[in-house]
Design a protein around this ligand. Structure first.
Ligand code: MN3
Length: 201
């Protein structure tokens, strides 16, 4: 298989008590795995074998129209989850640091104001999807959401960090109470990884 389910950079129970082991295991070994399998099928069907996920997701118009949606759904699902797992850490939480902290303060005035705005975007997203901190084409930080498995790199955005607000990401532990999941996420988001992405060329 061209695309594989990545190993998590931590154990399934490493994000406890904020993100429970059962949810992490099912989210990774079932949901993410299904996206992986379907991405490979969609890539084969569209004649894209051999290309990287980034090449595929940043050039969706090149895919035959009748083959495009499975690639967007499964390819985005594969890529977004890779990015999501790497955005989390057992040593996460706290506040943004370094150059990213400076840029957040410049854009939103304070980390607290940014946190409020990001939480509102994640909470307010209707249905399945994601809330992202990204750098836009003008080089400015933005908070955006994407529906289903739409990937921000497809519209030229540079993702910095993300929260998955699909119900499968939180329902087992938090039931329908998305705000509790968002509160938990702030304790496991890796600002080291976000800074690394933000300062990468
Ligand atoms: Mn998910």
């Amino acid at each position: 298989m061209a695309f594989e389910l990545p190993k998590l950079p931590y154990a399934y129970d490493a994000l406890e008590p904020h993100y429970d082991a059962q949810t992490v295991e099912i989210h990774h070994s079932k949901h993410h795995n299904t996206y992986t399998i379907n991405f490979n099928k969609a890539v084969d069907a569209a004649g894209l074998a051999g290309k990287t996920a980034e090449e595929i997701l940043t050039n969706l118009e090149a895919i035959p129209a009748d083959k495009r949606n499975p690639v967007i759904n499964a390819g985005g699902g594969w890529w977004n989850h890779n990015f999501f797992w790497e955005s989390l850490s057992p040593k996460g939480g706290g506040e943004a640091k370094g150059k990213l902290a400076e840029a957040i303060s410049k854009k939103w005035g304070s980390y607290a104001a940014f946190k409020e705005a990001f939480t509102a975007k994640a909470f307010g997203h209707f249905g399945s999807g994601w809330a992202w901190l990204v750098v836009d084409k003008a080089g400015e930080l933005q908070i955006v959401d994407t529906h289903d498995q739409v990937c921000p790199i497809s519209t030229g955005l540079k993702p910095i960090t993300v929260i998955d607000v699909w119900e499968h990401a939180y329902y087992l532990k938090f039931k329908n109470v998305r705000p509790d999941w968002i509160n938990a996420w702030w304790n496991i988001v890796s600002w080291d990884k976000a800074e690394e992405r933000f300062t990468a060329k």
